[in-house]
Design a protein around this ligand. Structure first.
Ligand code: NI
Length: 177
């Protein structure tokens, strides 16, 4: 098990567009395993590769439904999304302890490659659709704060800055909790 360090905003990698994965190799599968380990360790439901400093088009997701499993998406594209939207609270592992209401389409369909290279088309709704859209945003260098008002964003970033400064003072032990 390898838990990688999660990058926090404003690390510039989070704003870069991630590169397509041209070939799925042993390294790709290794990266996927590390990302799942990191996501579970941090208690997240989704993690995009740029969040651990790897600018490649991959994300992991496990929204915790009983019959759902950990999933890996490679080179994902949203091919359809509903006009129906939903506003719900959202957070991000790169913005610890920060949350904001974000409006997103309630349904979306995604085309991606799985870990054996097969092209899959899948439809999602609710929390899973939200998570998929949030993670695909990451691969474009887009972040959930881009979906909220400037005022809300400023408050959130101010709180984040304060939190990260406090953590630095109290040392790495606190940072990992
Ligand atoms: Ni995120």
């Amino acid at each position: 098990m390898t838990v990688r360090r999660i990058l926090y905003y404003p690390n510039p990698v989070l704003r870069k567009e991630a590169k397509l994965i041209s070939k799925i190799t042993r390294e790709t599968r290794h990266l996927a395993r590390d990302m799942l380990d990191t996501m579970y360790d941090a208690g997240g439901i989704g993690l995009a590769a740029p969040q651990i400093g790897v600018s490649l088009q991959m994300f992991t997701m496990d929204c915790g439904d009983e019959d759902e499993q950990a999933r890996v998406f490679i080179n994902p594209t949203i091919i359809d999304s509903s006009e129906e939207t939903e506003i719900a609270q959202e957070g991000c592992l790169s913005f610890p302890e920060q949350y904001a209401d974000v409006e997103r389409p309630f349904h979306c369909s995604v085309r991606y490659r799985n870990l054996v290279g097969k092209i899959v088309k899948e439809s999602f709704e609710g929390l899973e659709a939200r998570c998929v859209q949030h993670e695909i945003d990451h691969l474009k260098g887009k972040l959930f704060i881009d979906h909220v008002s400037i005022l809300q964003r400023n408050i959130l970033l101010h709180d984040l800055k304060k939190l990260l400064a406090e953590r630095q003072v109290s040392g790495p032990k606190f940072q990992r909790s």
